[in-house]
Design a protein around this ligand. Sequence first.
Ligand SMILES: Nc1nc2c(ncn2[C@@H]2O[C@H](COP(=O)(O)OP(=O)(O)OP(=O)(O)O)[C@@H](O)[C@H]2O)c(=O)[nH]1
Ligand SMILES: [Mg+2]
Length: 458
Amino acid sequence: MNQTLEDTIIAVSTPAGPGGIGIIRLSGPEALPIARKIFSIRDRDPAASPRMMCFGYLHDPESGEVLDAGYLCYFPATHSYTREEVVELNLHGSPVLLAEAVKLGIKAGARLAHPGEFTLRAYLHGRIDIIQAEAINDLIRACSLDQARVSFRQLEGSLSRKMAAIREKVVELLSLVETSLEFAEEEPEVSPDQLRDTLDELITDLGKLVRSYEQGRAMLEGLSVAILGKTNVGKSTLFNALLEEERAIVTPYPGTTRDFIRENILLDGVLIKLVDMAGFGQAQHPVEEEGMVRGQRLAEKADGLLLVLDASRKETREDFQLLEKFGQKKMVLVFNKADLEPKINRDKILAASPGAPWVEVSALTGENLDELKKLMLRTFSPPAEKQEEIILHERQKTLVENMKQDLERARRLLEEGYGEELVAEAVREVLPAIGQLTGEVSSQEVLEEIFSRFCIGK
Ligand SMILES: Nc1nc2c(ncn2[C@@H]2O[C@H](COP(=O)(O)OP(=O)(O)OP(=O)(O)O)[C@@H](O)[C@H]2O)c(=O)[nH]1
Ligand SMILES: [Mg+2]
């Protein structure tokens, strides 16, 4: 990753493909002079009218050919996204035209931007911290409005402020400990109780943040839900019905599905990665057997399971084996084929999985599928504890977890009667982790990891 800030960078900032308008962005010391070379302004001087749309024409400076009409908007470094000179050209959203405009900009002295380089510059110039940079990308890629809300708040600095408050508390704690060290001979200024209370408060706060990651991950990545059951119970039919698309092959013969199929659905704004897979039972073929092995592995890793049972047949040993094997996971029991004469002993099944939510459906007719969807949401994505801040990234979670562990160690040392010096040392460990979290201290590796997830033009 190139981090020279002397270059002026250029990229298309609107998505690939035709659109109503297309925006080209330039950032760097030469943004306005370069833009002027390829865009002739007709109405006003952008330098005198910052952040105003200035009408003009895109042209090739060599041939003089006019290629498009549009607007130029100039953002002086004090008011720009990157805290550098920025120019945006609003042109017609034609991919070929936009590509040509970028080419002309490069000929005129700009360099093609790397993915996320505009945001990287905003970070390097100190306009945003790393948490906010991550939030910008999360907001752009949000797949539910709930996540977009969380990411926008973090972009506005909510999580950064939270970390600043934690840092302040840690510093306060350190000064408490140090005071008590200084005045050790006299009356101790700070009671161990007071230290313990402050430590506990911090540990609770950090613990909440760590726990919020489960919800955050579900928001960002979606929840994986595997459809599990014996062969021929109607898993693929149910998969298709939930997807509202004939995606998986359905036949009356057991052992139809072998490779697993994954598709996304949105339930009430929650992204669910639904997996259909081979049924459990007596394999007739080695391929089927391999499918079953893989299916079980997927089921073990899934965030939740739909255990499908054929209600039109008697329950069998395999049904109970599955219930036992996966009983510890979040699971909804689906009694399928409710349109047929019931043969299953439902009470016996329910007794084998006490407390498990269940529903009767017909995947074939669509009966009760709405009820199933509600139950899926309630079981797999319960409303989280009231939480102001949600952590969306593993990087952030790991750092917060480390901070919590350091404080817990300090708490133990205090409890075991070790001197304040040792306690202070453990508390002090927390500070670098906060720095890493907000990006005050950052390694090239971490920056690359974060910004490579961005698209070009952001
Ligand atoms: N009457 C009725 N038939 C159903 C229902 N759901 C599925 N079936 C039928 O049951 C048979 C098996 O359905 P699939 O969806 O292929 O079952 P599966 O569990 O995916 O089977 P495998 O992939 O072999 O494990 C097909 O003939 C379906 O039409 C239902 O709700 N009612
Ligand atoms: Mg199937």
